[in-house]
Design a protein around this ligand. Structure first.
Ligand SMILES: NC(=O)C1=CN([C@@H]2O[C@H](COP(=O)(O)OP(=O)(O)OC[C@H]3O[C@@H](n4cnc5c(N)ncnc54)[C@H](O)[C@@H]3O)[C@@H](O)[C@H]2O)[C@@H](O)CC1
Ligand SMILES: [K+]
Length: 501
């Protein structure tokens, strides 16, 4: 597994400092190494050839210093190179000034005021633009002259290579700060920063490449790793000939109400396609008339009141609570309270989270619970605004996991999976998954894995990846606009090939 620690900007700075101490080098010496390694990567991968005309756009910080040192190496190769520096010499860091000294034979153009638009022609003539405007030091919204230069870069036909992170993307939360550079490639220095993966990042980064520059790795930070699709390989054991359905999980999906009866069916079907031995939908008797179950494979049963529930769930290996449940029936609160009092592993999704909100405070945690909110559901759950969650998704996900001893799957372009102690980022999904019903599919896949006996964190990690991979396959066949939740389910058989030992 790819085990590159994902850091905050602050943690990255600490590792930079630790590197200087342990390797007894100056900050500029480290920058020199970074510049050389970035250049080597660029040349080895033919991102720049002798045919190109390169423009390096640098800010006044060390991200720009990295860029200028890359410019130095490119120029030394005899490849036409120019440098644009946004800001004045007085604003440049010590390291950036030293880097500039290495670029004596390269034409350098300072852009200090917006009125000066001589940079436009330079950018128009470039075939490759290297973006070293802001790295982890971006702290506020981008304004002119940076903004105008960045917009001109985005209009150019050149290949854009961003150093560390596309300029304008915040290194901690991946949000675009006013504007941001659209890169074709992002060369990430040593470690993923959270902002390389979260929120807007994927719409700006192009392909991410992590470049090892021998920066010291410390294990003292919270564990945060990227979750690659390769993690799926062989995660489910063989199905034995001498086995029967109860060996593969007896799953109950409690959900469905008037107008939302498809949700529990999607969830239950996804579970069957993920290998569950049995999958059953449990719906309130009064709502049963709205249910149309096209699959005889999915069993359906009904409850009238709370008294029906204990007997029903007795032999269940896992329960998914919430898909299509609605928020109107107070009985759901009693049912969930009962579920929480048992040892049965639970996935709580969608409307289920609405009921959970009031119950968790008195909940005796045993770590057998997975919640799967998207950002809005997370905001509602915490009673905060969605903007707050967007700003600090990792923090809130970890807080909930810690406070209630649950596994949190915070769904988004980069899904965050955490039990507070370990946190995983999966950005393997596709925009086509932003469609009704895909969340129900995910809860069914995770429920299936829980029912098979996987520990909650493993079930969440594997389930998220299976769902993303099925989404990728569905996109190949149906396209990102047209793909639907049921298409994702229909791709699960192909996904199972990867997951089986
Ligand atoms: N030892 C070193 O020198 C190393 C440097 N590294 C590089 O250095 C980068 C970090 O360098 P810095 O900390 O200097 O930060 P940046 O180069 O990211 O830029 C920060 C500068 O921009 C200013 N700024 C922030 N937001 C702004 C805005 N909206 N408009 C205008 N100005 C704004 C800040 O005040 C600061 O002067 C990393 O991303 C990485 O590329 C790494 O390569 C590791 C080692
Ligand atoms: K950058």
């Amino acid at each position: 597994m790819n085990s590159i620690q994902i850091l905050t900007a602050n943690e990255m700075r600490q590792l930079d400092q630790l590197t200087l101490q342990q390797q007894n080098i100056t900050s500029y010496e480290l920058m020199t190494r970074v510049g050389k390694y970035l250049f080597d990567f660029i040349i080895t991968n033919n991102f720049i050839t002798s045919e190109d005309h390169v423009v390096v756009v640098a800010g006044t910080g060390n991200n720009g210093g990295d860029g200028m040192l890359v410019a130095h190496h490119i120029h030394t190769r005899g490849i036409p190179t120019e440098i644009i520096i946004i800001g004045s010499q007085e604003q440049q860091t010590e390291e950036s000034l030293k880097a500039l000294k290495h670029c004596q034979h390269i034409p350098v153009h300072y852009v200090v005021e917006t009125q000066d638009d001589s940079y436009k022609q330079l950018l128009d003539d470039a075939t490759v633009i290297i973006d070293g405007i802001f790295g982890i030091g971006l702290t506020r919204d981008v304004e002119d002259p940076h903004k105008s230069v960045m917009n001109a870069m985005n209009q150019s036909y050149a290949t854009v290579i961003s150093i560390d992170i596309p300029s304008g993307i915040h290194a901690d939360n991946g949000l675009q700060m006013g504007t941001a550079v659209h890169a074709n490639h992002t060369l990430i220095v040593q470690n993923f920063k959270q902002g390389n993966l979260l929120n807007d990042a994927k719409d700006f980064s192009g392909l991410n490449h992590v470049i090892d520059v021998d920066i010291v790795q410390s294990l003292e930070f919270d564990i945060q790793y990227e979750l690659p699709l390769s993690y799926l390989q062989g995660k489910l054991g063989k199905r034995h000939h001498n086995s029967y359905k109860y060996n593969y999980g007896n799953l109950l999906t409690i959900g469905g109400s008037k107008g939302m009866m498809g949700a529990p069916i999607l969830s239950a079907l996804a579970a069957l396609r993920s290998g569950s031995g049995l999958s059953q939908v449990y719906v309130h008797d009064g709502d049963h008339k709205y249910l149309q179950n096209p699959y005889p494979d999915i069993m359906v049963d009904t409850y009238l009141g709370i008294e029906d529930v204990p007997q029903k769930i007795r032999r269940m290996d896992a329960i998914v609570f919430g898909p299509g449940l609605g928020k109107k029936n107070p009985l759901n609160m009693d049912i969930l309270a009962h579920l929480l009092s048992t040892e049965i592993p639970l996935v709580i999704d969608a409307d289920g989270l609405y009921y959970l909100k009031d119950l968790l405070k008195g909940y005796n945690t045993r770590g057998h619970l997975i919640i799967t909110p998207h950002y809005k559901e997370m905001a509602d759950f915490l009673g905060i605004s969605i903007e707050d969650v967007i700003q600090q998704p990792v923090l809130y996900a970890k807080n909930i996991a810690h406070t209630y001893n649950v596994v949190v799957v915070l769904k988004g372009t980069c899904t965050i999976i955490t039990n507070d102690i370990e946190t995983y980022f999966s950005s393997n999904g596709t925009p086509g998954l932003a469609k009704a019903g895909t969340g129900d599919v995910l809860s069914g896949v995770i429920g299936s894995l829980l029912g098979r006996g996987l520990p909650p964190l493993d079930a969440a990690k594997i389930g998220v990846l299976m769902h993303s991979l099925a989404g990728q396959y569905a996109e190949e066949v149906y396209g990102e606009e047209s793909m639907m939740a049921s298409d994702v389910i229909s791709m699960l058989p192909k996904v199972m090939d990867h997951v089986k030992a």
